[in-house]
Design a protein around this ligand. Structure first.
Ligand code: FES
Length: 256
């Protein structure tokens, strides 16, 4: 594919330093930045869910998506924080004849690898706190029911939930910090079985993976013979933040 030509998008005097604006280049909307005497251009598209980056807050060389707060490096397009995990495209910029010129690049952002990689999940040892003795010592739920896998308790449900992975991040929802609570109560209609209510959040209110995560959660826990029904309650307050992730999730996503 032939390389696109540079297109003049602004006069150098138009954009303060620091400053940002939205320009059109060959039909694509591009966020143009002026920081520290240098101009930068990236797609006006947040890779999380299409948010308009040019409308975001600019700080140094970082732009925050106005929709859910993901940050991108304006120099490279690299995704710097959740919920975005993929770079947005960064474009070539030059200053000539008193103007700012942008040339679209066909490739993805030069910000290196995405924030996450499709890495196999680390092996997590199965918790042993659900043995009857340990559970009693720990003040286990009075609503425990005993099944072939031992008594059902919150920790066992959380282990089941580790089968459910965010389809974009490939990290399980427990290590991502999406599970706010698990409540077990005896099923009124099926003696000996448990009703399981799960308080779950999303990385953003408009998380496109939400319906799939809810369905997978119900499937993973509902498969247990000790469970009569699974209720998933979506909780957005307090909002999810990256510091809710476990160390295992951070390692997997390459966040330090
Ligand atoms: S659309 Fe940008 S963070 Fe969600």
């Amino acid at each position: 594919m032939p390389m696109a030509d540079f297109v003049r998008v602004a006069d150098v005097a138009e954009l303060p330093d620091p400053g940002k604006t939205l320009v059109e280049v060959d039909g694509d909307m591009v966020a143009l930045f002026h920081v520290g005497g240098t101009y930068y251009a990236i797609d006006d598209v947040c890779t999380h869910d299409g948010g308009p980056l040019a409308d975001g807050e600019l700080r140094d060389h970082k732009i925050a998506c106005p929709r859910h707060g993901a940050k991108f490096d304006i120099r490279t397009g690299a995704a710097l924080s959740m919920p975005a995990v993929r770079p947005t495209r960064a474009h070539d910029v030059k200053v000539e004849d008193g103007g700012v010129w942008v040339r679209l690049r066909a490739d993805a952002g030069a910000g290196g690898p995405p924030l996450h990689g499709a890495v196999a999940a680390p092996v997590v040892p199965i918790s042993t706190c659900c043995t009857p003795a340990a559970s009693r010592e720990a003040g286990g739920s009075p609503a425990e029911s005993t099944g072939p896998g031992g008594p059902l308790c919150e920790d066992r449900v959380r282990e089941m939930l580790k089968e459910v992975k965010d389809p974009e991040l490939f990290v399980n929802i427990v290590d991502l910090g999406l599970i706010y609570g698990v409540t077990l109560s005896p099923a009124a209609d099926v003696p000996g079985k448990q009703h399981v209510a799960i308080d779950m959040t999303m990385t953003s209110p408009a998380c496109p993976a939400g319906p799939q995560l809810i369905a997978d959660t119900k499937r993973a826990v509902g498969a247990s013979p000790e469970v009569s029904a699974v209720e998933v309650r979506i909780v957005m307050d307090p909002p999810w933040t990256p510091d809710r992730m476990t160390e295992a999730a951070r390692d997997q996503l390459g966040i330090f």
